[in-house]
Design a protein around this ligand. Structure first.
Ligand SMILES: [Zn+2]
Length: 94
């Protein structure tokens, strides 16, 4: 299946101009695919306006990952520090 890839380039979200093969990514990945270019551009705009603060850099592998509001709340409720490693790296530890 082809889609337009959206990803965080280190400073902001961008979308590819050509469709590429959709790949499976970890649940907290900042990479995603949209079925058409208009959806991709809308998502990029929304991410850059609202969600860019939720992107963190994994201190283990250097990948960018999302910190969702739900997840942040979960850690706050338990008086724990938000994770500084991505899902894949955290999973590897266990
Ligand atoms: Zn990582």
């Amino acid at each position: 299946m082809l889609g337009y890839k959206i990803y965080f380039n280190g400073s902001k979200f961008v979308a590819d101009n050509t469709a590429t093969e959709v790949q499976t990514v970890p649940c907290d990945s900042t990479v995603s695919w949209m079925a058409n270019k208009i959806y991709a551009d809308n998502a990029v705009e929304k991410h850059n306006a609202n969600d860019i603060k939720d992107v963190k850099k994994c201190k283990e592998c250097g990948e960018n990952f999302w910190q969702t509001d739900d997840e942040r709340q979960w850690f706050t409720d338990r008086n724990m520090k938000a994770p500084c490693r991505c899902y894949s790296c955290r999973k590897k530890k266990h």
